[in-house]
Design a protein around this ligand. Structure first.
Ligand code: GLP
Length: 250
């Protein structure tokens, strides 16, 4: 794992945007796996900013969702599809068809999960998968206890994940408790991965992901087995890393 520790969330977003841009420039028909969440929002904003000055050449790129809630209106602001389209893709000139969606309203979710996996395979795999991390070490919506071999499927969200992901004025009982997510096995097949984390609420998960045992209790720890993972974190998220690991990133 390559680790980069930067001062704050803004620096992380800028560095992540540069990392993504270098991939876009190296391969016009890139397949990018898109994550959602607060950490990614800054990255998408930085890319939109760059698009204003240099025009991102992403006409040939394809985008794949990482996860989606079950049973929410796909274009609403709760749905990841709606968020990705309105806060990122529509602002950098990506066509509607460029996003391979995970349909959280599909009647047959097993079929939908298999269809999505086939889309990835037929596209030649995901070149760059963006990831955030939950405070409990989840990636995508693969909660602690998820099988390392898991594929795209319906998952139950842990209470702490539901709480962390919603605004305080929206009571959790109204919000989805289930989602559809790329599996850990699916994520591990991405050719390269960029994981971002900011803030001290992520410090324990980051320390365990990098230096702890590889265990299904900390899903992100499986990334220790991937050959091409870059991790960019701010100082707060790096605060529980051993001094050696911290220094090695300077
Ligand atoms: C959700 C997403 C994850 C993301 C996590 C962290 O659970 N499904 O993919 O990594 O949130 O989000 P944030 O960046 O808002 O902390």
């Amino acid at each position: 794992m390559k680790l980069l520790v930067l001062k704050d969330s803004q620096a992380v977003a800028q560095a992540a945007a540069e990392h993504i841009l270098s991939f876009i420039h190296s391969k016009p028909g890139l397949n990018i796996g898109l994550a959602t969440g607060k950490t990614q929002e800054g990255v998408y904003k930085a890319l939109i900013e760059r698009h204003r000055s240099i025009k991102l050449r992403i006409e040939a790129a394809r985008f794949f969702m990482l996860d989606e809630y079950l049973g929410v209106d796909a274009m609403s602001s709760v749905a990841f599809q709606g968020q990705l389209r309105s806060s990122f893709l529509s602002k950098v000139g990506a066509s509607l068809e460029a996003l391979e969606v995970l349909d959280g309203n599909a009647q047959d979710r097993t079929w939908e999960s298999e269809r999505f996996e086939r889309q990835i395979q037929e596209a030649g795999g995901i070149d760059l998968q963006l990831l955030g991390i939950g405070a409990n070490g989840h990636i995508g919506f693969n909660e602690p206890g998820s099988d390392f071999e898991s594929r795209t499927r319906v998952v139950e969200l842990h209470a702490e994940t539901i709480q962390a992901n919603f605004h305080q004025n929206e009571p959790p009982f109204k919000l989805p408790k289930r989602a559809i997510s790329q599996g850990l096995g699916t994520i591990m097949e991405s050719h390269s991965i960029l994981l971002l984390a900011t803030g001290d609420s992520k410090a324990r998960a980051i320390a365990e992901m990098i230096s702890g045992p590889i265990t299904e209790q900390l899903p992100a720890s499986i990334l220790q087995l991937h050959k091409n993972v870059s991790v960019i974190v701010d100082e707060a998220a790096a605060s529980l890393l051993s001094e050696d690991r911290h220094k090695s990133s300077r």
